[in-house]
Design a protein around this ligand. Structure first.
Ligand code: SAM
Length: 389
């Protein structure tokens, strides 16, 4: 397997996949985009790359109905496949779009360095808090709870500048702003403590400007690396990120649109993806409670009497649409984790997807290295490969 592209030794692509070591035990994600923005439950980029390279052709449309930070869509784009990513979490689509722009790294660097210069010179001219032109904090931000006063002041100046921008520049700067909030905030234990019923133990000053500068630099580096791997940014395939419930959004797509599906649905009762992005949701004024209602399998819903049935029912609705929009003979790959603390989901999901009209072709296990585990109690994951008859 070379860079996601299959070698020609096998006639059956599943045979080739059976032989891969899916643990990627010693490996970091192959993509510099992966670590630019905090997002729990991210896939290591080598997994979608291997599946896309083996189970689709250049030009086939790839779908990820639970796209999260966009790993599958980005790998599809890099490998010359147009792709659609859907996620109910607005921060997921903010992240995906900012990482998949059809621009070269050098052009992005040129544009962003002009803005960075302006941002830094406005900071100098703002001087004291009283004279700061852009000092404006949305009401939904719990400023005193999450940030040191000086950090909050700097964030507000950055936010004021970003608000005055438009189009792609605004989007990219919003992404960089969002990406620094966890590092800039007072909570140092674990992102799980960034929630309603806890309080940071102390305040700490973090330079929002320094973090923002690094975020811009790393984004440009990731685009430049993409250019080197792609050779050219001119002929990138089209990709699209949609925010909303996957079943609902998929109803807008015609039958047989997609040539491959690669996704990792939320594991039952393990993570609250919307709550995990609370700091960004506060600055952007998103309705946290409203988005939480739409989230499938959220941890906060796990004690409800019907939580598991609702989870399975939500997933079933999505995979009925996935099956309808998948081409006959095409593959659907699902990566699932199982918390040892929750009810066993894999057999139930295999049944759900089979009922939706897919045929199970391959089931492989993967061991997740301790340092890569999103949750300590999820040490193993299952890769399921289905085919539409
Ligand atoms: C395991 S994560 C996917 C991570 C992704 N593969 C990545 O590499 O970042 C599952 C995702 O499903 C999303 N999700 C939950 N309910 C959803 C729904 N009803 N429709 C679409 N997406 C949903 C969550 O917001 C979360 O981003």
């Amino acid at each position: 397997m070379e860079n996601g592209h299959p070698t020609t030794r096998y006639s059956d692509p599943l045979e080739r996949l059976r032989e891969l070591d899916w643990d990627y035990a010693g490996d970091q994600s192959d993509s510099r985009f992966s670590s630019l923005h905090f997002y729990p439950g991210r896939l290591i980029s080598q997994i979608p790359a291997a599946l896309i390279g083996s189970l689709s052709k250049t030009g086939d449309w790839v779908l990820d109905p639970y796209c999260g930070s966009g790993t599958t869509v980005l790998e599809a784009q890099r490998l010359g496949r147009p792709a659609v990513g859907i996620d109910v979490n607005p921060v997921a689509t903010l992240i995906g779009r900012a990482k998949s722009l059809p621009v070269s790294g050098s052009r992005l660097r040129e544009v962003l360095s002009v803005h960075l210069q302006r941002i830094l010179s406005e900071r100098l001219s703002s001087g004291s808090r009283q004279s700061a032109r852009c000092y404006r904090i949305p009401e939904s931000v719990q400023g005193t709870k999450w940030y040191h006063p000086e950090t909050l002041f700097e964030l507000s100046l950055l936010w004021g500048y970003i608000e005055s921008c438009s189009g792609i520049v605004k989007h990219v700067l919003e992404f960089c702003f969002s990406s620094i909030l966890v590092s800039a905030c007072n909570e140092t234990r674990h992102w799980g403590y960034i929630c309603d019923n806890t309080q940071p133990l102390s305040t700490r000053y973090q330079s929002a400007y320094a973090l923002f500068e690094v975020a811009i630099e790393e984004l440009c580096n990731a685009y430049e690396e993409r250019d080197r791997r792609l050779k050219t940014a001119q002929n990138l395939p089209r990709v699209k990120f949609e925010c909303g419930d996957a079943a609902h959004k998929l109803r807008e797509y015609p039958a047989e649109q997609f040539g491959l599906v690669v996704c990792s649905p939320p594991y039952f009762g393990v993570i609250d993806y919307v709550k995990a992005q609370r700091l960004t949701m506060e600055w952007f004024g998103h309705d946290l409670q409203g988005f939480r209602q739409l989230e499938t399998g959220a941890r906060s819903k796990r004690h409800r009497l019907k939580a598991f049935d609702e989870y399975i029912s939500d997933v079933r609705t999505v995979f009925v649409e996935v099956t309808r929009t998948l081409r006959s003979g095409a593959y659907c790959c699902v990566i699932l984790g199982q918390s040892t603390k929750r009810r066993e989901t894999v057999p139930e999901l295999v049944k759900t997807l089979t009922d939706a009209g897919l045929e199970m072709k391959l089931q492989l296990g993967r061991h997740v290295a301790v340092r890569r585990r999103q949750q300590p109690h999820i040490g193993d994951e299952t890769l399921l490969i289905f085919k539409k008859p």
